[in-house]
Design a protein around this ligand. Structure first.
Ligand code: CP
Length: 308
């Protein structure tokens, strides 16, 4: 396959075929040396980084990935010090930054922001999180984590637990998982079920899935448990969030009923849904996911510039 990522926008996981996703993951596992020793293959390239919502992993890993490739990074995470604060529109901001950068990475609370930027700009745009809608590069790295840690995806029973309505990593992960022969167990309070359109998508693709509220009742059947936090910033009120916070708390005691090789994942940040005692278990890979994320983003940037 020729590089399917060359000069391409990355807005939604729905835009990529299984073959294209596996191509990316195959390249990502080969990026260890670049992560360790660096490279100059993007020496003349600049990444524009526009983060209008808080981020630790996504922003810093794109920053690190570009620097490992020999490129440079400009942009802002404190948008209130940009001219947006003076009333400049996002559209104008994007058009201006296009003059300074060769690729644009955008995080925004507005669901269509990255998609809109991709439509109006002539440089590739990467969606680094768009409201409650999508976070494609997180989901690529989540898929990579399962594939690397379990050696396969087919045949696995995967539990996705927490705020399935507002969690954007869930919306991006489901389209990737439906490429495989997996059983999905969607675990959430009834108020935070996956959206209707996601359910229709899974049904249309004949994906086996069940929706349950009790984590304990399904834990023994799971090969992978993907925990997510309650998305406080997306709830309609603080009272509603406080009612949901603490609905799921994964402890070593709860995990006694799980398979010994259950893979425990979380896109992070974690709030209180995984007890810190769980961190020491060998099955807990949520602090390995950011390393996979670095490799994945190195691969993605190198492929977008067709530099490998
Ligand atoms: N997983 C994730 O997107 O983390 P950040 O919000 O810290 O980037």
């Amino acid at each position: 396959m020729t590089n399917p990522f060359a000069d391409r926008d990355v807005i939604s996981t729905l835009d990529f075929t299984k073959e294209e996703i596996e191509y990316l993951l195959d390249v990502a596992v080969k990026m260890e040396d670049i992560a360790k020793y660096g490279s100059k293959i993007l020496a003349n390239k600049i990444l524009g980084s526009i983060f209008l919502e808080p981020s630790t992993r996504t922003r810093l890993s794109f920053d690190a990935a570009m620097k490992h490739l020999g490129g440079q990074v400009i942009g802002f995470a404190d948008w209130d010090k940009s001219s947006i604060k003076k009333g400049e529109t996002l559209s104008d901001t994007f058009r201006v930054v296009e003059n300074y950068a060769d690729v644009l990475v955008i995080r925004s609370e507005w669901e269509g922001a990255a998609k809109y930027a991709a439509e109006i700009l002539n440089i590739p745009v990467i969606n680094a999180g768009s409201g409650a809608q999508e976070h494609p590069t997180q989901s690529f790295l989540d898929l990579m984590t399962i594939r690397q840690e379990r050696g396969k995806l087919d045949g696995l029973t995967i539990g996705v637990c927490g705020d399935l309505m507002y969690g954007r990593t869930v919306h991006s992960l489901l389209p990737l998982l439906m490429n495989y022969d997996v059983k999905l167990v969607l675990i959430s309070p009834s108020q935070l079920h996956i959206r209707k359109e996601d359910k229709v998508m899974l049904e249309t693709r004949n994906v086996q899935f069940t929706e349950v509220e009790s984590l304990e009742s399904v834990l023994p059947s799971l090969d992978v448990l993907y925990m997510t936090r309650m998305q406080r910033e997306r709830f309609r009120s603080e009272e509603e969030y406080l009612r949901m916070k603490g609905f799921y708390v994964l402890t070593k005691n709860v995990l006694k009923n799980g398979k010994p090789d259950l893979l425990i994942m979380h896109p992070l940040p974690r709030i209180n849904e995984i007890d810190p005692d769980v961190d020491k278990l060998p099955q807990a890979v949520y602090f390995k996911q950011p390393k996979y994320g670095l490799l994945l983003r190195i691969a993605l940037l190198a492929l977008i510039f067709d530099a490998l």
